[in-house]
Every structure is written in structure tokens, then in C-alpha cells.
Design a protein around this ligand. Structure first.
Ligand SMILES: [Zn+2]
Length: 418
């Protein structure tokens, strides 16, 4: 119940924010989507083996479905859908479902959160024609699974297939071409740090900006090869890009995952040869430790190095901060989830730092729309690290490990589109 109240409040706050921001200036926000989409009914149907959640929508949209644990939930992300559901919808338990709630989650993003009685798997998901004009019914069938399978997020091979029958059933994951303007593939934004006038950490033979750019390109390559993702980069050459610009690009690209690549260095020469390895950072206002705090401070100074002042980001700050608070509640879960996967995959391939999972207030991670992490791939100040990081072999290993983590992360998600 607490959650429901929170969500209602959240939705109300967003409405207020919407008006406030739209009223001030932004044309971008006022650019309404082509056709407003309404949700007019939501139902649960239980059978011996599954519980089916059915949502009637005035038009087909792209839905992204994934699971979260602790507590067990199924999340359905939709574009800008207005909920016109009778009061009390979602309050009663049925089958595998305790309750579900719905509302605006972010700018032009709606969300349904289904709380389940235990670990469940999405057995099928499809959008079927509902008979009336453009109306569709999104059907998501949930089945019991064991906790291990749930946590591993290993979608069954047929999890994306529609097995509900019927001539109008649409396969759940059509490749490419979203007629509805929705996204067919997850968008991964790769952010090679520094560039141009800002070299980042400088090693004896090479700069951080060159290593992270090279790794970024290799990562983009392996991600694109599978055809499963759309890949964008915040820089495609040796050019300076401000941190604000990187954040804006991530938002403009509609990132589903943001990966910032960096390489560390320490000032204390006496520790240079003993401190090495990769570290994965997520965002927190308070750093996990002093070294992480300094690290974030150093990375945040990128704009100053390039001669930019901090001014210019003032105006939007308040709105951004409020949004930030609200969004962080879910976004930070996803970032932490990806961080876990990434550390596990990197550790199988390269040397990790002594404490490879940390957090600090990195500006580039202050994203309201996408889970984001920052990897310090190794230490420029360590001769072994530096030597390794420059080799194609090492860079390919890292790209492969990051891809494996990205795959596992998105395996937890099912996309349905009509
Ligand atoms: Zn850096």
C-alpha cells in the first residue's frame, strides 16, 4: 500500500513538473506524441499453470517487460500511455499476482509494476488486436519459476514467442522497424571519457582518452555485430565533449543503458606499482570511500580542464534534482544490477582492483532516464596495467566481457510491439 501511495504521489508530482517545465519554455516537451494512447482496462486471469495480465490499449505500442527481485516484481514499461482505469484496479490479488500499480514513470514513459507472490517468469507476451479499430490487448502470462532462475534472469528460449494462439497474435519481439515509433531494440550508449583538449589520466606512453576510445569502438563493434542493440557513442573521434553534453546525448538517444569508459591513475608514486585493476562505479551522492570520492572529483573536473565553467547548468538544476530524486529509486536498482553483472564478467577476464564495486557522485552518471555505470578499466599509473590496456588482445577481452554483461542484463527484459 505504501508503494501505491508513493506511485500516486509520483504521478501527481510529474504532472505538476510537466506543467511547470512546459510552461516555462521547452518546446521539446510540448511536442505531443502523434496519437494519445489510452489504457482502458486491466485484468488478471488465473489458471492452474499461469496468471495472465491483460491490458487493453487504444493503440499498439512498444512494451518492455522485465523482472526485478527483492521484492519480486514484473515491470512493464510503456511509452506515454494515459491510464483510464476504474478506481481500485490492481488492488486485489489473483493467482501469482499480489497487486499491480500503474502511472507515469517519467517524461513520456508509463510503467506498470506487478507485485508477485514469488519468483515468476514471463512465459509469453504478445499484443493482440482487440477488434475495435486500432485497439490492442497486451497479454503477459506469468508462471512460477525457482528463485535461482529468476535471479539469473535467464529468459527461456521461447520466452519471447507468442504461444497464446489466435490469428492476430503478433510475435513478441519483431526485429527492427517500429511502426508505432517505439524502439524495437535496446539502445546502448557508450561514453568514452575525455577527448580532444582533455587527455584524462596521462601515462608514460599513452593517454586515458586514447585507450578508452579504442575500447569504446571495439565494444560498439561487438554489440552491433549481434544485431540485438542500437549502439550510440558520445564521441566518435578525439574531440572534447562536455559532461553536460554527454548527459544530454544519453537522453536524446533515449539510452536504455549508459556505459562510461575511463582509466584510473593514482598520484602517490610509492603505490603506483601495487595498485591496479578495474573498478565499476555506480552513482551515489556519498562516495563509498575516500578514494572513490577523489576519483569522482577528478573525473568531474573534465569540463574545467577544457576551459568550461560550471555556469550554464544552473537553470535546469532544480527540476533536474527533483526528477533525479524520484527517478533514482528505480534507476539505481538497474544500475546496481548491471554493475553486479559487469563485475562478474570482467573478473573472469581481466585484473580487478581490490574493491571492484564502488560508488561516488560522478556527474556523468546523474541520469534520470537510463541506468548508468562508469568503468575505470585499469590504472594508467601502473606499468603492467598501462602496457596491457594498450594491446588489442586485452581491449577485445574487455569488450567481450562488457557485451556478455549487457546480454545478461537485457535477457531479463522482453519487448512487445505492435
Ligand atoms: Zn577519466
Amino acid at each position: 500500500m505504501e508503494g501505491r501511495r508513493f506511485f500516486v504521489k509520483l504521478a501527481a508530482l510529474f504532472l505538476i513538473l510537466w506543467w511547470a517545465v512546459a510552461g516555462v519554455a521547452s518546446n521539446a516537451l510540448m511536442a505531443a506524441p502523434a496519437t494519445p494512447v489510452f489504457a482502458t482496462a486491466a485484468q488478471l486471469t488465473k489458471s492452474a499453470e499461469s496468471t495472465v495480465f491483460a491490458l487493453t490499449l487504444s493503440h499498439g505500442v512498444t512494451a518492455e517487460i522485465f523482472t526485478l527481485d527483492n521484492p519480486y516484481r514484473v515491470i512493464i514499461d510503456l511509452p506515454d500511455v494515459a491510464f483510464k482505469l476504474p478506481p481500485g484496479t490492481g488492488d486485489k490479488p489473483s493467482g501469482h499476482v499480489k497487486v499491480f500499480r500503474y502511472g507515469l514513470f517519467a517524461e513520456r514513459k508509463a510503467r506498470i509494476v506487478i507485485e508477485t507472490t514469488g519468483p515468476v517468469a514471463v512465459a509469453s507476451a504478445a499484443m493482440e488486436r482487440a477488434g475495435k479499430k486500432d485497439a490492442v490487448v497486451l497479454k503477459v502470462a506469468l508462471q512460477t519459476t525457482d528463485a535461482a532462475t529468476f535471479v539469473a534472469g535467464m529468459a527461456k528460449p521461447d520466452a519471447n514467442r507468442d504461444d497464446s494462439g489466435g490469428p492476430d497474435a503478433t510475435p513478441a519481439t519483431p526485429p527492427g522497424s517500429g511502426k508505432s515509433g517505439g524502439k524495437a531494440r535496446p539502445i546502448v550508449v557508450i561514453d568514452p571519457g575525455h577527448g580532444g583538449i582533455d587527455p584524462g589520466a596521462v601515462g608514460s606512453a599513452i593517454s586515458e582518452k586514447d585507450i578508452v576510445f579504442s575500447v569504446g569502438e571495439r565494444l560498439a563493434d561487438v554489440l552491433r555485430k549481434g544485431g540485438r542493440y542500437e549502439v550510440r557513442m558520445t564521441r566518435t573521434s578525439d574531440v572534447f565533449v562536455s559532461l553536460d553534453k554527454r548527459l544530454k546525448m544519453s537522453s536524446d538517444f533515449e539510452a536504455d543503458l549508459f556505459i562510461s569508459l575511463h582509466a584510473d591513475s593514482i598520484l602517490e608514486a610509492q603505490f603506483a606499482e601495487s595498485v591496479r585493476g578495474a573498478t565499476v562505479y555506480t552513482l551515489s551522492e556519498r562516495a563509498s570511500d575516500e578514494r572513490s570520492r577523489l576519483m569522482a572529483e577528478k573525473e568531474n573536473a573534465s569540463d574545467l580542464i577544457a576551459g568550461l565553467s560550471w555556469a550554464g547548468e544552473k537553470g535546469n538544476d532544480e527540476v533536474r534534482d527533483i526528477l533525479f530524486d524520484l527517478m533514482q529509486r528505480e534507476i539505481s536498482n538497474f544500475s546496481a544490477d548491471f554493475s553486479n553483472l559487469l563485475v562478474a564478467h570482467l573478473a573472469k577476464n581481466i585484473v580487478m582492483s581490490r574493491d571492484p564495486q564502488r560508488s561516488a557522485a560522478f556527474k556523468v552518471l546523474k541520469q534520470t532516464h537510463a541506468p548508468s555505470i562508469l568503468v575505470e578499466l585499469g590504472y594508467m599509473s601502473n606499468s603492467k596495467d598501462q602496457q596491457e590496456m594498450t594491446t588489442a588482445f586485452w581491449q577485445l577481452k574487455v569488450a567481450g566481457a562488457i557485451k556478455a554483461a549487457v546480454d545478461q542484463y537485457f535477457n531479463k527484459r522482453t519487448t512487445v510491439q505492435r
